[in-house]
Design a protein around this ligand. Sequence first.
Ligand SMILES: Nc1ncnc2c1ncn2[C@@H]1O[C@H](COP(=O)(O)OP(=O)(O)OP(=O)(O)O)[C@@H](O)[C@H]1O
Ligand SMILES: [Mg+2]
Length: 367
Amino acid sequence: MRLQEIKLVNFRRHADLTFSPSDGINLVYGPNGSGKTNILDAIHYCTLAKGFNRSIDRECLNFAAGYFLLKGRFADDREIEISVKVSYARTSEKKISVNGEELKKFSQLIGRVPCITFSPMDLAVVNGSPQERRRFMDNALSQTDKRYLDDLLQYRRVLQQRNTLLAAVRDNGMERGSLDAWTEKLSLLAGSIMSARTVFLFRLLEFFKPVYVELGLGEVPGMSYCSSVGVHTPEISAERLAEVFMQRLRDVEEQELYRKQTLFGPHRDDVMFRLNDVDVKKYASQGQLRTFLIAMKLALQRFVCEVTGERPLFLLDDLFSELDRKRGEKVLELLDGSGQSIITATDKKEVKGVHCISVEELAQSVV
Ligand SMILES: Nc1ncnc2c1ncn2[C@@H]1O[C@H](COP(=O)(O)OP(=O)(O)OP(=O)(O)O)[C@@H](O)[C@H]1O
Ligand SMILES: [Mg+2]
């Protein structure tokens, strides 16, 4: 997948800017505050319907404007074009259309333009709360597995309904038996989600190991899914996980009624990242954390490519500030030939095969 051109109107600091990156590695450079991340933000909107670093629509609207408009033109590896338009106005909701047709649900955009991101803020995936790691898995799987996204959205709805019911049974004396149908529904969805995440991490690790060897300090990495259901291996089927999950929910029903909420499930699960069998979150140095993160994103790029048959677009914000020179160069080598990537940096880098673009020149080149 390639971004051929993106046009930004009133988006963050850019009143009118057009960016046409080249096919391989692109380096957008410029001083602090010159609007480099803003461009990645705009591309992110056109691929995943929302901003980079979780920015929200209103924040992206230029301070002086009443609306913003983004137009992205992409081509997949078979040269089939896809155009995405995102518009937002102070007075109306965000609208997204693909090839001229307005989407009813933004989730319909997910997976159309596979996109991987790297940002210094992503360090939280490695050393932050479990929610960050769940978000990482959900994001990766939603782009590669339509069924996963459907299951996840449904799981969230069923979870909410089950929690409401737990409260109704406890507070309003509603029949306990009415919970069973929701427990079963939730278990089936939980089984599929846990199974998909387990298989995902297992496959990701296969790509991760060789990349980490190239970048790392000689440790052996590991990653595995952790849930309250127990040990997860890719051989355990979704159905079996659902059965075990349902039994465990039944075992804790009293506590759940008391607390009026579902006490465990994919919405509470976590991932364990390891280096030489030691928990990365607790023991890794800053350099090891950063290396782990970038290796994980490079592995994800390879994973998405294998699953979808499409090389994803790769957005890397402030890459070099996170890595020492040797590792920075190694990452460029690893990016070479794996599709289009767009990197931001404060300084220009004269490296063969890297196409450098000044953000200040881009911003000036439009009327
Ligand atoms: N909604 C907005 N309207 C106008 N300007 C905005 C808006 N949102 C952010 N900006 C401005 O955009 C600039 C930040 O741009 P951006 O984050 O892209 O910079 P950058 O080039 O990535 O800088 P750094 O190298 O520090 O990461 C800030 O000066 C900020 O004031
Ligand atoms: Mg920036």
